[in-house]
Design a protein. Sequence first.
Length: 88
Amino acid sequence: MEPGVIPYLFEAEGIEKVFGSLLSYDDESSDNIEEEYENYRDTLPNDIIPFSIDPAGNLICFDYKSNKGEAIIVFWDHEGAWEKEMLI
């Protein structure tokens, strides 16, 4: 029997990852989307917009690089942030 869907887990390049939380537009939130974007702006590739964060501080992002009208979802590993293209 195949296991059911576990809502907080996902796979990126065959590696199991844990979903943390959605970023918020609430100015009082510790996971404010605008603050997180500003915190990582210098290391994020162009056209990458974070919408979620995992427990380790990595970002789940919309990637508009290839298609401005339709994004794909990518996993951005903050430990490889110095390599501006570290997306899974």
